[in-house]
Design a protein around this ligand. Sequence first.
Ligand SMILES: Cc1cc2nc3c(=O)[nH]c(=O)nc-3n(C[C@H](O)[C@H](O)[C@H](O)COP(=O)(O)OP(=O)(O)OC[C@H]3O[C@@H](n4cnc5c(N)ncnc54)[C@H](O)[C@@H]3O)c2cc1C
Length: 506
Amino acid sequence: MSEVYDVVIIGSGLGGLQCGYILSKEGYKVCILEKNRQYGGCLQIFSRDKAIFDTGVHYIGGLEPGQNLHRYWSYFGLMDKLNLRRMDETGFDRISFGDNGKEYKHAMGYAGFTESLVEQFPSEREGIEKYVAKIKEVCNHFPLYNLKPRDLSGFDMTHFGVSARLFIESCTDDVRLQNVLAGSNALYAGYGDETPLYVHALVINTFIESSYKCIDGGGQITRGMESALKSMGCDMLNYAKVERMLFDGSEANGVELSDGRVIHGKKFISNIHPKATMNLIEEGKLRKSYRNRMTSLQNSLSVFTVHIVFKPETFPYLNYNIYHHCDQDTWSSVNYTKDNWPPSMAIFVPAESRSEKYSSCMNVMAYMNYAETAQWHDTFNTVPKQKSERSQEYQDWKLEKAEKIIDLLETKFPDVRSKIKSYYTSTPLSFRDYIGTEDGSLYGVKKDYKDPLKTYISPKTKVPNLFLTGQNLNMHGMLGVTVSSVVTCGEFMDSNYLLDKITSAS
Ligand SMILES: Cc1cc2nc3c(=O)[nH]c(=O)nc-3n(C[C@H](O)[C@H](O)[C@H](O)COP(=O)(O)OP(=O)(O)OC[C@H]3O[C@@H](n4cnc5c(N)ncnc54)[C@H](O)[C@@H]3O)c2cc1C
């Protein structure tokens, strides 16, 4: 029999890489299996016409020394390796509505955030301060977000059952301010009648604390993790798609890859969607109720993205993001119709080493339901080994959608078309194929404040030696996934011991 690893990790998203790092550092012999050529999952980058595009990390919060992600990523040895650009502290995120040219700013740092909003809404100080105080209170309620030990004696549901939208509406009657506060809700695919306040708070807090872009793409996060992992003896295999788990009685003892190879292990961590994980396990190995719960989890919706390459030195570099909403109600975008698509767009201009004055490219994202791509459901397009050409009909459909997004972009930048050299698109099918969620979901499992327990996912599964990690476990995003990896590895060692190691690294 081939080598038996202490831990086999399925998927090399940030969560898989970080679990691999923690466990390798503690002396476990780890193997990470990735179905794609590139490691990193949503951290993958691609280049077109010499421009580098990110797929799933446009900016990162909490990276100032002393802040939560900086402290975590110091432990992962990342902070010395990353090439970052601090975003505009007077307005790292800007929110706009309809064809009104005004942009409302989210400033960095809580004092700046508060005062800037008061300046934009002078009669609303009380509501803005109430909002800020609550966001901080909610975040303080999540110990690992503050690198503090968890109380494992019980699961405290305070804050889980509160609606983000209703809370924001309780702070102010000013409808425009409500929508400015919720204006970047594409960051967590906000559903007005479902998204819990804690999801809004944990995401917004990290960016208010500080916001950075990765210069020349987030691929540097993967590269930093990969070199550290390999130097610690972790084996990493790409083109290694796990097809099924193998069992010895009730415990898993190996995984079979799509090319027939078998990798043996004592313990397993799945960094892929819980539903996809269930699909790797044969009937009878799991209680039906558990399998049903995992396979019936609802996901957040997907996106259609236009990746634009500009003619040289024509488009200025924007050191901020724009969330533009056609409607006055920012929560309505997720319920778009065929006629009002795109209901909103998120505009991300990457930071590049070649210039701080001009940008060579831009990503423009608009929500899209997977159902819109249903007719091409049976076609796949990922690594060269699995390429299947999609029809001309699909290419025409993509063109039509891209042109609609560029039309909307022109309402913000009237001369943008003349500056475009070329553009490329990605669809819900791209996310499905590159990440492996069945519907190309942006952030995985959708949380609902009305039924928080339904979407609570434990790192433990009903297979005794199989654990879960990644964005579906806890929260999505760089910080959410980092916290998830610590939660998962807390099943392999004393959590406080691990936290001590992490805190002493910063
Ligand atoms: C469009 C978009 C924009 C985003 N922007 C930001 C942002 O600006 N800032 C931020 O903080 N976060 C952002 N996020 C969220 C963040 O990127 C994700 O939450 C995070 O990267 C998810 O990490 P993960 O560990 O869950 O793994 P994933 O990234 O989901 O990776 C899972 C990996 O498993 C592999 N895999 C799947 N099935 C198999 C199999 N059977 N065998 C082997 N391998 C398999 C996949 O190929 C993939 O590499 C964004 C996400 C998206 C989609």
